[in-house]
Design a protein around this ligand. Structure first.
Ligand SMILES: C[S@@+](CC[C@H](N)C(=O)[O-])C[C@H]1O[C@@H](n2cnc3c(N)ncnc32)[C@H](O)[C@@H]1O
Length: 433
C-alpha cells in the first residue's frame, strides 16, 4: 500500500508514539532538547507579551469533538443575573442537564488552577467513560472530577476544608452573601467582611481540628458556606494557614490572603446557589486520607483512571535516593511511586522546567520516561499577585492515554505526508512497508 493511499494517520502516529516520549506542537523526540527550541520560542512569545511587545500567545485548542461547551459568561456574572438561584446554573451550564455535554462548575478557586484542562480531561477520559472510575489524588477543588462529570468518582485531600465543601455540595450547597451591600443591593467585599467570615469559619474549624469534636451537619454546612464565600472573596482563592501554639494541630488557623477589590478584579461577594450540582455528585467518594493510603488501595484495581496533581516541585531531586529526601521530596517521590503503580490510565502534572533556574526537572521526567509515560509540555502563564503573572513550563505526563497532545497547532498537518517526508527522509523507509 502506498503512502498516498493511507487514510488518516494511525499507523504513523502509533509508531511514532512508541518511539518518542517528548511531544510538543507536532515535534517529538527522545530527549527534551529535541523540543526545547520550540518551547523556547513559545516562552519568548510569552515574555514579549508580558513586556507589552506582542499579543498573548494563543495556546491550546481542544478538539471540538469532545470539548465541553464552555459557558459564555463567568460564574459570577451568571449568579448575579440569576440572583443566585439554581435555575440560572441549570440553564447556562449544559453539563448540569446532561453529563455528556460538559463538566460541572467549579465551586472553589484552588492552587494549580487546572480547570482550564477540563476539555482535555474529558477527551482523555472519553474511551474510559463506560469502564473506569476517575480518581483525583490531590483533590482540592475537584477540578478533574468536575470536568469529567462522571456518575462515579473518588477524590482525596488531606485538607478537610475543600473536601467539606465538596461533601456539602453533594447534599446541596447554597452560599449566602454574608456581608454588607452597596446602594444597588450588591454585596461588597470589604476587608472587615472577609475577616469576619474567616473568623466565623475558624470558630467551627477550631472545634473540629483542635477540640477534636465531630461537627453537626449544620456546622459542616455553615463551614462550607463560609469557606466558599471567603474563597470567592480572596484573590485567587488563597487562604493562608498558620500553625500557632494554640492551633498546633491540623492545618492551623486560616487567614485571608489578598482580598479581591470591588471594581478592580470584580465583585466576588454574591450569593451562590450550587444546589443543582448535588444530584450529579451524589455518588462521589470524597475522602480526607493521605493520597498515599488511598492510592495503595485503588492501585489494586484495574478500573481506575487516576490524576495526580501534587503541589509543584520546587526543585529536582533524586528519585530512589531517600537518604537526602526532606518532607517535600518525599511527597514528590510518593506521588511518582503511586502514579507508576497504577494499573489503569494515569495523568500526572507538575513543573517540567524549574521556573527559577529554567532547568528541566530531570529527577521527575527521567523517572516518568523510564516507566513508560509520555510527557506533554504545557507552557502557560500562571496568575500571581504580581502584575503579568509568571511564565512557566508545566508538563502533563500520561500513560495508557491516547491523546493528541497539547500545543497551539501541529507543525505538520496530520495528513501531510509529503511535508513530513521531506523533513525526515528516513521516515520513507519506515512507513513504506
Ligand atoms: C495543587 S493542589 C491540587 C489541586 C486540585 N487538583 C485542583 O484542581 O483543585 C494540591 C493539593 O494537595 C493536597 N495534598 C498535599 N499533600 C497531600 C497528600 N499526601 N494526600 C492528599 N492530598 C495532599 C493539598 O492539600 C492541596 O489541596
Amino acid at each position: 500500500m502506498g503512502i498516498e493511499d493511507r487514510q488518516g494517520y494511525t499507523f504513523f502516529d502509533d509508531a511514532w508514539d512508541v518511539m518518542k516520549a517528548y511531544k510538543f506542537e507536532g515535534v517529538e523526540g527522545d530527549d527534551f532538547d529535541d523540543i526545547r527550541p520550540n518551547l523556547d520560542s513559545v516562552m519568548a512569545q510569552f515574555d514579549a507579551w508580558r513586556a507589552d511587545q506582542g499579543d498573548k500567545p494563543e495556546l491550546r485548542k481542544p478538539t471540538v469533538k469532545f470539548a465541553g461547551r464552555n459557558r459564555k459568561k463567568p460564574l459570577r456574572q451568571m449568579m448575579l443575573e440569576g440572583s443566585g438561584g439554581p435555575n440560572i446554573l441549570m440553564q447556562r451550564v449544559p453539563g448540569l442537564r446532561d453529563r455528556s455535554l460538559g463538566g460541572l462548575p467549579q465551586i472553589l478557586n484552588w492552587w494549580g488552577g487546572k480547570q482550564q484542562l477540563g476539555p482535555y480531561f474529558r477527551e482523555m477520559f472519553h474511551p474510559y467513560r463506560e469502564t473506569h472510575i476517575p480518581y483525583e489524588a490531590f483533590g482540592g477543588s475537584l477540578s478533574m472530577l468536575n470536568a469529567l462529570n462522571s456518575p462515579q468518582g473518588i477524590a482525596t485531600d488531606i485538607n478537610p476544608d475543600p473536601i467539606n465543601v465538596g461533601r456539602m455540595a453533594q447534599i446541596g450547597l447554597n452560599v449566602p452573601s454574608f456581608g454588607p451591600v452597596d446602594e444597588r443591593g450588591v454585596p461588597v467585599n470589604t476587608k472587615e467582611a472577609l475577616q469576619d467570615i474567616v473568623d466565623r469559619a475558624n470558630a467551627i474549624r477550631y472545634k473540629r481540628d483542635i477540640l477534636g469534636e465531630e461537627l453537626s451537619l449544620d456546622e459542616k454546612m455553615r463551614l462550607a458556606e463560609l469557606f466558599t464565600s471567603a474563597n470567592s472573596r480572596a484573590f485567587q482563592g488563597h487562604m493562608n494557614y498558620k500553625n500557632t501554639p494554640e492551633w498546633n494541630k491540623g492545618f492551623g488557623i486560616m487567614k485571608p490572603g489578598l482580598r479581591k477589590v470591588t471594581g478592580g478584579r470584580g465583585e466576588p461577594s454574591i450569593p451562590m446557589d450550587f444546589r443543582a450540582m448535588a444530584p450529579l455528585m451524589r455518588n462521589w467518594d470524597l475522602r480526607t486520607q493521605p493520597m498515599q493510603d488511598v492510592s495503595r488501595e485503588l492501585n489494586e484495581r484495574d478500573d481506575i483512571f487516576s490524576y495526580y496533581d501534587p503541589p509543584y516541585a520546587k526543585r529536582t531531586f533524586s528519585y530512589g535516593d531517600k537518604s537526602t529526601a526532606d518532607e517535600e521530596d518525599q511527597l514528590q517521590a510518593d506521588t511518582l511511586s503511586a502514579a507508576i503503580a497504577s494499573q489503569g490510565p494515569v495523568v500526572y502534572s507538575n513543573y517540567l522546567v524549574d521556573p527559577d533556574s529554567r532547568e528541566v526537572l530531570h529527577g521527575i521526567t527521567d523517572t516518568l520516561l523510564d516507566e513508560g509515560f509520555d510527557i506533554h509540555p504545557w507552557p502557560r502563564n500562571i496568575k500571581t499577585s504580581k502584575e503579568g503573572g509568571k511564565n512557566v513550563i508545566e508538563m502533563l505526563a500520561t500513560r495508557d492515554i491516547d491523546w493528541p497532545g497539547m500545543g497551539r497547532k501541529k507543525r505538520f498537518s496530520r495528513g501531510s505526508w509529503k511535508d513530513l517526508l521531506s523533513e525526515y527522509p528516513t521516515l520513507g523507509d519506515f512507513v513504506n512497508d
